[in-house]
Design a protein around this ligand. Structure first.
Ligand SMILES: NC(=O)c1ccc[n+]([C@@H]2O[C@H](COP(=O)([O-])OP(=O)(O)OC[C@H]3O[C@@H](n4cnc5c(N)ncnc54)[C@H](OP(=O)(O)O)[C@@H]3O)[C@@H](O)[C@H]2O)c1
Length: 328
């Protein structure tokens, strides 16, 4: 597995990680043993980074990772990145206090079975939180206390990423960036690279659209967010298909699929493209071992030629820009 160096994280990480939202079972029906199999497939294929959050399955995802790493016995080889903030009820800026940070991280430390969390990300907090110096000072207290090694943010908006980038010790930014979401390439990646901040690409497959396997008739299970959040009713609309209307995304993905070289899958092209764009890591979600394996193997995807890169940009302009560029 290729690795990348993130200066502000102080460690090398695997280019392809694994997103484990599905393993919490909030919207995908992945059982405990199946979750272990997905983690094992990813690890055996070289993945050394797992992304989770304290709210995924209300701790189930963190617990699964904790169990997996304890049973495997080579914890130090892995980087586990988690998130906090979404346990707050109501989810308001005032909930981002040192007391809550201690409570939330202590729970994650216990579930993950570690003394010090490798990285904690603020989990898409309300926008004002990204510019609140007091919040970042409190995160520094957690570092001093040994509860966390580093901190980062997960964001919905490019402007939120830019606000967080003002922090001199911010380690990472998790943002939706994929073939259908190009704005971070222009506005966030160059500055982050200059400052040694790692970009973690989430939804690298646009919720699966970029596998090219769906068509206009595809349906998802009732509990799947790709059924209940298509209109952004219960979560930010960007989290489902990256904010692209499903039928538009299916048509655009067909054009992307036409560029897939022989012997590779379209999902691997999508991940290979992200690597070429210079993200530190990407965290495709996988509900099956075969997906986790294929995604890890995408670290070896060959560089795309300039003509293919230009065609992908055209596809974005033609299908996606109007839905996302000025929104996120
Ligand atoms: N606010 C936040 O910070 C936030 C929000 C959302 C997600 N995340 C993180 O980002 C991760 C990724 O997000 P995501 O899973 O929603 O989006 P994603 O990675 O873009 O898409 C995952 C979906 O793509 C399909 N897939 C994955 N690998 C495949 C392969 N090799 N071949 C064919 N299809 C494949 C699967 O769909 P099928 O189920 O249809 O097979 C899977 O459910 C999450 O697990 C989580 O860790 C963070």
């Amino acid at each position: 597995m290729r690795t990348t160096t993130v200066p502000r994280l102080g460690r090398d990480i695997s280019l392809v990680g694994l997103g484990t939202w599905q393993l919490g079972g909030d919207w995908a029906t992945v059982g405990d043993e199946a979750a272990q199999e997905v983690l094992a497939a990813a690890a055996d294929a070289g993945t050394r980074l797992f992304d989770t959050a304290d709210v995924y399955g209300d701790g189930r995802s963190e617990r699964a990772i904790g169990r997996f790493l304890a049973e495997r016995g080579d914890r130090d080889e892995f980087t586990v990145i988690t998130k906090m903030g979404r346990r707050a009820e109501p989810h308001v800026p005032e909930a981002y206090t040192l007391d809550n940070f201690r409570r939330w991280t202590d729970r994650s430390r216990e579930l993950l079975g570690v003394e010090t969390l490798d990285l904690v990300q603020l989990h898409c907090p309300p926008t004002p939180v990204y510019s609140d110096e007091r919040v970042f000072d409190d995160l520094r207290v957690l570092v001093d206390e040994g509860r966390i090694a580093r901190f980062g943010v997960s964001v919905e908006l490019v402007d939120e990423a830019l606000a967080a980038l003002e922090q001199p010790d911010l380690a990472t930014i998790q943002i939706i960036v994929n073939i259908f979401r190009r704005k971070p390439l222009e506005r966030v990646l160059p500055l982050a690279a200059e400052r040694g901040v790692g970009i973690i690409a989430r939804l690298p497959l646009a919720s699966g659209l970029l596998s090219g396997k769906y068509d206009e008739h595809t349906t998802f299970a009732p509990e799947d967010h790709r059924t209940w959040n298509r209109d952004g009713r219960l979560m930010n609309i960007g989290e489902t298909f990256s904010g692209i209307p499903f039928e538009v995304g299916v048509a655009a993905a067909r054009e992307v699929a036409a560029l897939t070289p022989a012997g590779w899958a379209t999902s691997q092209l999508a991940l290979g493209w992200l690597a070429q764009m210079g993200v530190a890591t990407m965290i495709p979600g996988a509900s099956k071992p075969s997906q986790a394996r294929a995604n890890a193997e995408a670290a070896e995807f060959p560089e795309l030629a300039p003509e293919a890169l230009a065609r992908l940009e055209e596809i974005y302009e033609e299908y996606c820009r109007e839905h996302v560029h000025d929104v996120f």
